[in-house]
Design a protein around this ligand. Structure first.
Ligand code: NCD
Ligand code: ZN
Ligand code: ZN
Length: 380
């Protein structure tokens, strides 16, 4: 283990978290999730709309969520609007577009959506969004073999900005790169679990290594890390998706074989805000990523995608010291109380956090909060 090192960075922005409030999933709250984010080195996060039992499909629901953020959040939070072919909320899109940071579409199965769609099913939604929010991005969870068709429909045909969430396959990155070459407004993000875990982990970690999209082979995970290092993958997003230990185990099977058997009735998703940056810093100390690329992928580029400005008055100071993730009770802050990264090496503890000139963490301890809903054009 090497010597401690102090670095100060602009603070990370996570475009992909599920804070679960309000919803029937009680494994997280806006308070607990943003606390985990703050001590994970994030200065702004964006909350997804698939709240179990209460998806963010109407202005009322969006505003109810925003009210909790303004009261309880530790750091600024942006909120996405959601729309699905069955949600019947076209008239809500215009109202939500004012304060939502973007529109999330679920084109494939995951928590809150049980089928793969044909991209054409979203035509009416896409048309409306283009009309009411031409500059706000669409965040896509693609489904089985439908990524390229979605890209054609959203970016190539209408020029709307598209961010492809949680890529887990180098082939998908190649497809995205093909469209980027034509200067089309498309970006993609990768999650730490798809970089630092692999399909074999499902054998030992069981349900705690199950998420959508699923883990992939070690070779491919390493290829994704190279694609992140080179900038071919634009950003890192955590897809922090907390579920209680009980609901992850609800199937009653202890050590599921295979990585994506649809007959296994469990919920998909893993928490990740606490360790995203420490896992990346560990790779940096191993020589696989530069600090410059980490800042670009976790701060500069995600902020640019949502139109958020990060001022010089927002920064995070880390003490980089390698450690093992070995105690879920003391090292995790998410309400779910577990981590898929148990046993892995990481580097870095947050020492100071300042957002917009206000100090929130001093000496590793939280001293204040910054509960604010943020939107495109805002500066923190
Ligand atoms: C996410 C969740 O639980 O909300 N699950 C997951 O496996 N990633 C939904 C999602 O981002 O697909
Ligand atoms: Zn998803
Ligand atoms: Zn997600």
């Amino acid at each position: 283990m090497s010597d401690p090192q102090i670095i100060t960075v602009p603070g990370a922005v996570d475009l992909h978290v599920h804070l679960r409030e309000p919803s029937t999933n009680k494994a997280e709250t806006i308070s607990s999730g943003t606390k985990a984010a703050l001590l994970g080195g994030f200065v702004a996060i964006c909350d997804m709309p698939n709240n179990p039992g209460s998806p963010t499909w109407t202005l009322d629901r969006l505003q109810a969520k925003q009210k909790i953020i303004e009261e309880k959040a530790y750091i600024p939070v942006a909120t996405y609007a959601g729309s699905q072919p069955e949600s019947d909320n076209i008239d809500e899109l215009e109202k939500m577009a004012v304060s939502a940071i973007g529109l999330k579409l679920y084109g494939g199965t995951t928590t809150g959506n049980d089928k793969d769609y044909s991209p054409a099913d979203f035509l009416t939604i896409l048309k409306k969004w283009k009309q009411v929010a031409p500059n706000k991005p669409i965040m896509l969870h693609s489904g089985k073999d439908n990524l390229e068709e979605f890209i054609k429909l959203i970016v190539a045909n209408s020029g709307q900005r598209l961010h492809v969430c949680h890529v887990n396959s180098p082939d998908d990155v190649h497809i995205i790169s093909k469209y980027k070459k034509h200067s089309l407004p498309i970006t993609c993000g990768v999650c730490p679990h798809h970089l630092f875990m692999a399909s074999h982990d499902v054998k030992s970690r069981g349900w705690f290594a199950r998420m959508k999209p699923p883990l992939i082979s070690q070779d491919k995970a390493e290829e994704l890390l190279e694609m992140l290092a080179s900038g071919q993958i634009d950003i890192v997003e955590t897809d922090h998706a907390p579920h209680s230990i009980e609901s992850k185990m609800a199937t009653g099977e202890e050590n599921p074989e295979g990585i994506d058997n649809p007959s296994h009735k469990t919920c998909y998703g893993v928490p990740g805000l606490e360790f995203a940056l420490p896992l990346l810093f560990y790779q940096m100390r191993q020589g696989r990523l530069t600090l410059e690329r980490i800042i670009d992928a976790t701060s500069t580029k995600p902020a640019k995608i949502i139109g958020l400005k990060i001022s010089g008055r927002t920064k995070v100071t880390w003490q980089l010291k390698d450690y093992r993730i070995n105690n879920e009770k003391t090292q995790t802050l998410s309400g779910s109380g577990w981590t898929p990264y148990l046993g892995m090496l990481a580097s870095g503890k947050v020492k100071e956090v300042t957002i917009g000139g206000k100090t929130l963490v001093r000496g590793g301890k939280i001293t204040s909060k910054y509960p604010k809903v943020i939107n495109a054009g805002d500066e923190i």
